[in-house]
Design a protein around this ligand. Structure first.
Ligand code: ATP
Ligand code: MG
Length: 307
């Protein structure tokens, strides 16, 4: 299992200055210390999250892999399912996903067992990934003619979990509301929506919530919209603060207290085939993702139904 590095170099105790930067560093040091002593249990039934937002580039994949890695680090057995033909989650988890390899595409289209495509991330034996390959790009169309086309992931996942128990499954969705995303909604118990703190953040959200309601009605009555995570937050701008306030006003129960800041380390990590938890587990972005994972783990899974 991956172990978080100890930090010793960032204490501001001896600085003797009271500047905003010193306060920020002291705060970060306290947060790192708090995380070191955190314990959370993963005793209940498997929680299956789908990370969804049809807006592109809002932090879905970053959230899927980093929450997954942080939960694995907390002791959970985690399976990340990469349901995006872009394969970014597979890349970030250091899992091979070239076109010649079997992938989630073969599970959805050719009934290959999920266990046959799942790989261990080099980061942790607790962190597994069902990779996507470029073939998945054709799946939206190929699924249309398949029997039980909305249930194929759910069936494959249930068969897998019966033999390979996991505490948490995280499905990374593409930025669209097509059949791949519908398969994810049908397989999931919870929807997590990352929202980027910028203008237009809430645009398209009502369409997403409408889709979730439709899935609840027709395909998966157990689905809850449990979690909203504010991402790429830049506290220096009034706009980011206004967006955060607005989202919290609309969804007071769903928005996590933890906010993910915009951070260079977070954006660098995938180019090393790593999550930020492994790449720089003490950086401000990693600390925020680790805090978010703790918060999610502590929340009851049976939150209110989505609005
Ligand atoms: P898509 O819709 O294309 O699947 P996405 O919603 O999965 O996109 P990501 O790929 O996770 O979004 O993030 C988009 C870009 O923003 C990436 O380059 C990522 O590295 C960067 N990014 C995400 N979160 C952060 C952050 N907290 N700080 C800095 N950069 C970030
Ligand atoms: Mg993505």
């Amino acid at each position: 299992m991956f172990h978080v590095k100890q930090s010793s170099s960032t204490s501001t105790a001896g600085y003797g200055v009271d500047t905003p930067l010193a306060r920020e560093l002291a705060d970060l040091t306290a947060r790192r210390r708090a995380l070191e002593s955190v314990t959370v249990g993963f005793d209940g039934p498997t929680r299956v999250f789908t990370i969804s937002n049809q807006k592109g580039g809002v932090g879905k994949t970053t959230t899927a892999v980093n929450i997954g890695a942080a939960m694995a680090d907390l002791g959970a057995k985690v399976l990340v399912i990469d349901l995006d033909p872009q394969g970014n989650a597979s890349t970030a988890l250091g899992v091979p996903h070239t076109a010649d390899l079997r992938s989630i595409y073969d599970v959805l289209i050719s009934d290959v067992p999920l266990a046959d495509v799942v790989q261990e991330s080099p980061e942790s034996p607790n962190l597994l990934c069902a990779p996507s390959t470029i073939h998945l790009a054709g799946a939206e169309i190929e699924l249309v003619s398949q029997v039980a086309r909305e249930h194929r992931l759910r069936t494959a996942l249930n068969d897998y979990l019966a033999a390979h128990p996991a505490d948490v499954v995280i499905i990374d969705c593409p930025p669209s509301l097509g059949l791949l995303t519908i398969n994810a909604f049908t397989a999931a118990t919870e929807v997590m929506i990352p929202i980027q703190c910028e203008y237009y953040a809430l645009e398209g959200l009502s369409q997403l919530l409408g889709n979730i309601r439709m899935i609840q009605k027709h395909l998966n009555p157990d689905l809850t919209m449990s979690t909203i995570l504010l991402t790429m937050f830049d506290g220096r701008t009034r706009l980011a603060q206004q967006v955060a306030e607005e989202v919290r006003g609309h969804f007071p129960h769903e928005v996590l207290d933890t906010v993910i800041p915009r951070s260079v380390r977070v954006s660098e990590a995938p180019s090393f085939g790593q999550t930020v938890i492994a790449y720089d587990g003490q950086s401000v972005g990693a600390v925020a993702y680790r805090e978010a994972a703790v918060e999610i783990a502590r929340r009851a899974s049976e939150n209110e139904k989505g609005h």
